[in-house]
Design a protein around this ligand. Sequence first.
Ligand SMILES: [Zn+2]
Length: 114
Amino acid sequence: MRLSLEEKRNLQQWLEAEIKHEQREQDKEMIAESATVKPLNVSSTNSAIVESCSYEGRTYQLERRRCGKKACKCVGADLRSSGHGPYWYAYWKESGKLRTQYIGKRAPWQESSS
Ligand SMILES: [Zn+2]
């Protein structure tokens, strides 16, 4: 089958358009993939991060939280003003799993005032 010059040009244009389209789709997938990689500290609806920093290989976050009790004042209120705390929580990875530990009102690097 022989194609005329016109037909070859059309074919070339079509191919180029197809290639560009494919590339765009691939780029989209890559962006979507990187977007699904969640950062270490995702603020949930039950905690509000006041402060965040790292110390001795762990991430420490000062958070206000909801306790989960239905009759508590923290239910339905703005976490940043009515949540419990703020208290420090430590986050670190151990054998691939994210671990959390309650620290308390004072961060480990803060001097005791009493
Ligand atoms: Zn509560």
